[in-house]
Design a protein around this ligand. Structure first.
Ligand code: HEM
Length: 130
């Protein structure tokens, strides 16, 4: 899930860094008041977490590799191991992502490809059956 599988042109078609920065900023607006998700975030300031997720998505979708320059290999399942992620957490995470994604003006193919990826990635982050 961390390895780019995307043609370079996709990043440009998606609208570049701004698309992923805006997506994540809106996503975290939802997380900030979410009773299921907010308690999982160890830091009071969600800004650094938003920055990490933005940089990861930018790198994943074919933009600059700044995420790995700072954080190394993504190893996302391992990094999520400290948090219990069951159905409720996955669904809440995806619901905020869906609202954020739908708020952007993207062409349908770009939108659908990002959404399909987010669903797959969220399911693969589950580490609890509940
Ligand atoms: C980090 C929760 C799914 C990407 C985190 C953190 C939490 C969290 C609590 C720590 C915040 C921080 O300090 O960065 C969740 C939950 C998910 C989920 C509840 C529900 C399924 C995903 C998915 C992706 C993702 C699907 C990728 C598409 C990241 C990244 C980080 C992160 C890149 C920062 C990793 C690092 O460099 O330390 N997540 N996450 N997460 N998450 Fe998630």
């Amino acid at each position: 899930m961390g390895s780019p599988v995307v043609d370079a042109d996709f990043f440009v078609r998606a609208g570049g860094e701004e698309t992923f920065r805006t997506l994540v900023a809106r996503f975290y607006e939802g997380v900030a008041t979410d009773p299921v998700l907010r308690p999982l975030y160890p830091e009071e300031d969600l800004g650094p977490a938003a920055d990490r997720l933005s940089l990861f998505l930018i790198q994943y979708w074919g933009g600059p590799g700044t995420y790995s320059e700072h954080r190394g290999h993504p190893r996302l399942r391992m990094r999520h191991a400290p948090f219990v992620i069951g159905e409720a957490e996955r669904d809440a995470w995806l619901a905020h992502m869906r609202v954020a994604l739908d708020s952007l003006t993207l062409d349908t193919e770009v939108h659908d490809r990002i959404w399909a990826y987010l669903q797959m990635a969220a399911e693969s982050m589950r580490n609890s059956l509940s």
